[in-house]
Design a protein around this ligand. Sequence first.
Ligand SMILES: [Fe+2]
Length: 280
Amino acid sequence: MSQESTLKPPFFISREEELQLRIAADQLPLSPVITAPTSFDDFARQLMIPNTVMELARKASSIHFSAWETEAIRQSLHAGILKQILDEKGQKDTSHPPYIRVACTGKGDYDDWVLDQNPHLHVESDQEHKGDYGSPVVLEIWPAGHYSPIHSHGSTTGIVYCLTGQIEVMAYDSLAWDAKKLALITLTPGQCAWLNDQHFAVHKVYCPMPEGNFAATFHVYLNKSELPLLLKSSGTPNTRDIFEFVDENAPHELGQFETYSDLSWKLLRREMSRIAADLM
Ligand SMILES: [Fe+2]
């Protein structure tokens, strides 16, 4: 039996490797996490993080979900539109347990499902996608135990900010199934991971929480052409329109996913308000 078959998804690592990767995350000269420094070491390891990234993190630092918003998302994951979307996505792609992408700009593939709450009318459309891709600001919802494949963010610069729950991010040195694992970090609310074309661009995200819980993360991705002082133009493949990933199923070939959103924030708010009204 190969070692991989004895190790479990999402990261296929032993307890010893996990510990080493967590220690590595704390010892990399450049910290993969942005958090309020509590020691000189923390400060030194965050000092060389690019200013653009620090600025994104600073701008995100006071956003949060209120208690009712968190509860409404939990309810929707249990018995609302978010559950229906997860079921649908899980059937379409069985390679990994799905997560939900909510676009803060543009339209989502399943926006119509919120507008029409009757699930019997949720027929498959011929179009594969009805929404938009390439939103620079995305809210992602991760039910307990769900995860992404290993994927690359190309040449974008961005942050993954934990809003609620807990999320694990494994950073890899390249985009391949057997890529070297660099570090494993856990984000709790208020902490953020970052990436650019030079650092931490390839990762896998996992929600390690107990069944029934979820995490929500807030993502910002800037294309090179949008970075101040970095006015080089960039082609579509390395922008946030398309990210590349490694298929979770053997033979673990590389693929591309257009970053279509499942829902728009406006319509998720509508779903949350409906649930809140029902609870009152
Ligand atoms: Fe990602």
